[in-house]
Write a protein that binds this ligand. Structure first.
Ligand SMILES: CC(C)(COP(=O)(O)OP(=O)(O)OC[C@H]1O[C@@H](n2cnc3c(N)ncnc32)[C@H](O)[C@@H]1OP(=O)(O)O)[C@@H](O)C(=O)NCCC(=O)NCCS
Length: 249
């Protein structure tokens, strides 16, 4: 008797309403589009996440490694009910967010990664995925954890998330926090912004191609930077010590 093993390994997907694309104008004056992508788009995104696995600053390494695996799991049908949203400016990839549906009422936020810094693109990307859970999937709450201090500030503090001490998040770490429908509604118009429909030409540009990030986070030129920052944010003490050993000073 032959068994189709793939049928046993591949989760059976539940139908999920699609995220309607939206756009907003950034502080830089540029139009930024948030839209859902499908499996066929994943190979165009992975090459821009991969280099971030080597950026220790702000936990890009850990988040990039995890989101890389999550995107692959989605691409290769090894995760239940995942979705992926990309954020683009003139086609350029500036952020990626993902998550999944746990059941009809509860969502699981996976990751948010900003590929362009300083414009709150990550904050807007996260807001869009929360909108997906509440307004499109009609869920009651979303489980969230943070890996980085910036993430903690952006999600736990800005939204005043509730603790869920008894619930372990799928990503590990501390027990979950939750964004409830009530907290989400409170954030409308402040943290959650954007307009629909996206102007046709702006959406067409985004859909044409996922272009590489123009200024992504990069590892520091000085390889000891991550180690030194814990004790000496300027790095001068360690560098002086090293130069002395090398006989340069
Ligand atoms: C968390 C994250 C998505 C937030 O993205 P964001 O909202 O676009 O915010 P940025 O990362 O650009 O900026 C965060 C802060 O760092 C500062 N910052 C850090 N590096 C910066 C840079 N190179 N240029 C400009 N600002 C920078 C910003 O001024 C900002 O300060 P603020 O909070 O007072 O506004 C993003 O920092 C990120 O992808 N981090 C790595 C992965 C991660 O931690 N994901 C979340 C897991 S919980």
């Amino acid at each position: 008797m032959s068994v189709d093993l793939e049928k046993l390994l591949r989760p059976v997907e539940r139908p999920m309403a699609p995220f309607p694309p939206k756009y907003m104008v950034l502080a830089s004056g540029e139009n930024m589009v948030v839209r859902q992508v499908g499996r066929k788009d994943i190979p165009s995104i992975l090459p821009y996440i991969r280099p971030l696995i080597h950026v220790e600053r702000d936990y890009y390494d850990l988040v990039a490694a995890r989101i890389y695996a999550e995107l692959l799991a989605y691409y290769r049908y090894r995760v239940q009910d995942e979705y992926v949203l990309v954020v683009q400016v003139e086609g350029e990839l500036v952020a990626v967010v993902n998550g999944r549906m746990v059941n009809a009422d509860v969502g699981m936020s996976y990751h948010t990664i900003a590929l362009r810094r300083g414009l709150r693109v990550g904050a807007h990307a996260f807001a869009a995925k929360m909108e997906y859970h509440f307004d499109i999937l009609n869920q009651k709450e979303v489980l969230i954890v943070a890996e980085s201090p910036i993430g903690f500030r952006r999600w736990m503090i800005e939204y005043e998330l509730e603790k869920r001490p008894g619930i372990q998040h799928e990503l590990g770490g501390v027990p979950s926090y939750a964004l409830t429908k009530e907290l989400f509604d409170r954030a409308r118009g402040t943290l959650i912004v954007g307009r629909r429909p996206v102007p046709e030409d702006v959406l067409a540009k985004a859909e044409e191609a996922i272009l590489p990030p123009s200024d992504p986070p990069r590892p520091p030129a000085y390889l000891m930077a991550a180690a030194r920052s814990e004790y000496d944010p300027t790095g001068t003490a360690l560098m002086l010590q090293q130069w002395k050993q090398e006989g340069k000073v």
